[in-house]
Ligand binder design. Structure first.
Ligand SMILES: *[C@@H]1O[C@H](CO)[C@@H](O)[C@H](O)[C@H]1NC(C)=O
Ligand SMILES: *[C@@H]1O[C@H](CO)[C@@H](O)[C@H](O)[C@H]1NC(C)=O
Ligand SMILES: *[C@@H]1O[C@H](CO)[C@@H](O)[C@H](O)[C@H]1NC(C)=O
Ligand SMILES: *[C@@H]1O[C@H](CO)[C@@H](O)[C@H](O)[C@H]1NC(C)=O
Ligand SMILES: *[C@@H]1O[C@H](CO)[C@@H](O)[C@H](O)[C@H]1NC(C)=O
Length: 697
């Protein structure tokens, strides 16, 4: 009897394993990603913005969906939604606005256009914003003129909104004069006379079924506005300034316009931080904002991880929320009873936390292990309904809803976009820790085992490194051109995703420790991890491979000049020479802070940390990929690396992806082809290496 049971049991195991088909690259890249969720004030409706590949048209569908949170209904509002402007609910909750439909064809292929004078008045279509009523199903489309809007907010009533648009007042006379003198010559850094934004108010009146719309100009600002927030109790509209090239972080600050006296412009912050995501507190007097993990030298403010702040509009006082929290704040939402809910990354998980007031502690709420990526709450006075997006290693991302935050562990999925992935034979994962002997720091990484080979020994290794350095590899399943560990594991590699020094989620000091050694120290963290896997017998020492995107590409380029240990390398958007990188990137402040100064101040550091200066030591065959329209890590960095390695006779191939910038968001085929070729490259070179005497770490 026992034997019989055992046989049945093993058979069932066998069939259940067989029941999960292998994950394919086509399925992996066909996933839907959730860009934002926004719950209506009464919690009955949810706006979900999704992005899904449209393979036939070489583009993405940007879909805005309206869900009833009881799960009874969903409605597609538009497939042409514009990502940069979040839809927002009106004060009563009857309406929401969105911007979309008429696709804007901006040819700003290079974000540095800001400093160019263009005399070409490409007269675009009228821009429209759309107001949708969830009670009546009515849709109002409002012409807002020829200028592209950049930010939009409701006032305190459903019949009035504020928006910011680029200034367009430049006259054709001025253009003709410029052209007569300069022809098509570009004067770099010369701003157009009309550079900046105009803040305008839309008033909507309806009488006897007739709609009348009036647009008033409120104020001209000499900067670009990315967000607007109306604060009724203080008679203010708060906005964030922005610059396409971030040469100094003081270009990104919070300002307030007093709408009782629009001649004044009040600067609210002088923080030299990268502020974004404005929200108004429950008491209506504090404006919350997030800051990106940015580090600056010799400044009062340091933000090495994502942080949440609020500013008191009655006295200008700025306070930091989540102070005792060691990790990085990724998103937040206002708690209707006061305080906030915070999505905080600690180690490889992103959990939901709550903080009732700035003086109180941050508390972890019960929820699932994995990564909550965005959160939105209702405004009910009794309790907070919340919608979240969530995924983990085993669970592809979906949107979940719960009527009460205390019931988060029982939240119900509202969407079922990616369930196909959970029916596939996904790799099993575990955390792996090692210590860097230089300072005995413990470093953590994620191991993705090939399906059916969990905890097997002597496996071929692929180290996949995240961007940043202030990023992290997480407990999530986010199919993407840069996070494809499950796909590589499916193809047979044991994938290590190391959260090396400089990663968020391990305390501020963990990031501080890469200062002035941005590549050399992180590189050692990774090499000691590889060494540890070899010593533990987990990986085959003759089959070690490496790759990554953005900072992961920097590290790949660096590591192949430090060791001949690796059989194959795949490097995306990686810098190879840091002086030219500093001189051409659109975000020079970020890199310079990790390098501890400008190229003329710390020449030796730039020299020592650049792969290019050690290139003659490289032997590892490398596949290089880059967007052709990169401005973050300009494609020149990849050309330089490719040329150097070609001269040196190292197998190298460069793939350029037209129209793509750093985010690879233009054509879904590009990301898929990139990873397809990277997998091929690894398969081609993985076996070819022979162990040599110089392979000592
Ligand atoms: C992608 O998903 C859609 C459904 O959302 C399906 O119709 C299509 O066949 C899939 N394409 C591929 C290449 O898997
Ligand atoms: C943008 O550039 C493409 C090719 O460079 C061109 O075909 C298109 O007409 C341009 N669009 C506008 C609005 O200038
Ligand atoms: C101005 O734009 C139009 C269409 O967008 C284009 O055909 C024309 O070549 C442009 N002129 C210049 C000088 O760039
Ligand atoms: C409006 O603001 C301006 C600039 O800050 C100030 O000079 C002026 O006195 C203010 N007017 C009133 C009526 O407060
Ligand atoms: C690291 O730990 C080892 C063993 O505990 C010890 O011998 C060594 O001195 C430590 N090194 C540092 C830099 O603390």
């Amino acid at each position: 009897m026992r034997v019989y049971l055992f046989v049945i049991f093993t058979l069932q195991c066998y069939t259940s394993i067989r029941a999960h088909p292998k994950l394919t690259i086509d399925e992996f890249f066909n996933a839907t990603s959730f860009q934002s969720v926004s719950l209506s004030p009464n919690g009955r409706h949810l706006l979900v913005y999704t992005r899904k590949p449209a393979w036939d048209s070489n583009s993405y569908d940007n879909n805005l969906w309206l869900y009833e949170t009881d799960g009874s209904k969903k409605e597609l509002i538009t497939t042409q939604y514009f990502a940069f402007m979040e839809p927002k609910w009106s004060p009563s909750g009857d309406w929401f606005f969105y911007y979309g439909n008429d696709k804007v064809t901006t040819n700003s292929t290079d974000e540095r256009v800001r400093y160019r004078h263009s005399s070409n008045k490409s007269l675009k279509n009228q821009h429209k914003i759309h107001l949708y009523s969830v009670t009546s199903g009515e849709l109002l489309s409002i012409d807002i003129g020829k200028a592209t809007p950049s930010a939009l907010t409701w006032s305190d009533s459903d019949s009035s909104l504020y928006f910011a648009a680029q200034s367009t007042e430049s006259t054709e006379d001025a253009d003709r004069l410029y052209e007569a003198e300069w022809k098509d010559v570009i004067q770099y850094r010369r701003r157009k006379p009309n550079y900046g934004s105009v803040i305008q108010r839309i008033d909507i009146k309806r009488k006897h079924g007739k709609l009348s719309v009036k647009i008033h100009c409120i104020k001209h600002l000499d900067f670009i506005v990315t967000e607007l927030l109306f604060v009724a109790s203080e008679h203010k509209v708060v906005c964030i300034s922005y610059s396409p090239i971030i040469e100094t972080l003081s270009e990104i600050e919070l300002y307030a316009i007093d709408f009782l006296n629009t001649s004044s412009l009040i600067r609210l912050t002088n923080s030299k931080l990268f502020e974004y995501n404005l929200k108004l507190s429950t008491d209506g007097k504090h404006v919350f904002f997030l800051v990106y993990p940015v580090r600056l030298n010799n400044e009062n403010f340091l933000s090495m991880q994502g942080r949440l702040y609020s500013i008191d509009l009655t006295n200008g006082q700025i306070e930091q929320w989540g102070k005792g929290f060691q990790g990085s704040v990724r998103d937040y939402t206002i708690r209707s009873e006061g305080g906030v809910f915070i999505l905080g990354q600690l180690g490889t998980n992103v959990h939901v936390y709550t903080q009732l007031s700035v003086l109180e502690n941050v508390c972890l709420l019960s929820g699932w292990h994995g990564s909550y990526r965005s959160i939105s709450s209702s405004k009910s006075k009794q309790y907070s309904s919340v919608a979240v997006t969530y995924s983990s290693f085993e669970q592809p991302e979906e949107v979940y809803f719960t009527k009460h935050i205390d019931e988060l562990p029982w939240a119900k999925p509202l969407t079922h976009e990616n369930q196909l992935l959970s029916t596939r034979d996904l790799p099993r994962t575990k955390l792996y820790r090692w210590s860097n002997p230089e300072d005995n720091r413990t470093i953590e990484g994620i191991l993705h085992y090939p399906p059916g080979k969990f905890e097997h020994k002597n496996l071929p290794l692929f180290v996949l490194m995240h961007g940043g350095p202030t990023g992290a590899s997480l407990n999530q399943l986010q199919p993407s051109f840069d996070t494809w560990a499950p796909l590589a594991a499916t193809e047979g590699w044991l994938v290590l995703e190391p959260n090396f020094r400089g990663s968020t989620g391990y305390g501020d000091k963990f990031i501080d420790e890469v200062l002035c050694e941005m590549l050399s120290r992180t590189g050692k963290d990774i090499l000691t991890g590889v060494n540890s896997l070899v010593n533990d017998g987990i990986v085959d020492p003759t089959r070690l491979n490496i790759g990554g995107y953005s900072f992961g590409g920097f590290l790949t380029n660096w590591l192949i000049t430090q060791t001949t240990l690796f059989s194959a390398a795949v490097s995306g958007a990686g810098a190879s020479e840091l002086v030219s990188m500093w001189g051409t990137t659109d975000f020079p402040t970020y890199g310079a802070s990790f390098m501890c100064g400008f190229p003329w101040e710390v020449t030796e550091i730039y020299k020592k940390e650049s792969a290019m200066n050690n290139l003659n030591k490289a032997q590892t065959p490398i596949l290089i990929t880059t967007g052709a329209k990169e401005t973050r890590v300009p494609a020149d960095q990849s050309y330089m690396l490719e040329r150097g390695l070609t001269y040196l006779g190292v197998p190298v191939k460069l793939l350029l992806f037209p129209d793509e910038g750093h985010a690879f968001s233009s054509n879904p085929w590009h990301g898929k082809i990139k990873v397809r070729e990277e997998l091929k490259w690894l398969a081609q070179y993985d076996h070819l290496r022979s162990v040599g005497a110089e392979d000592v770490l």
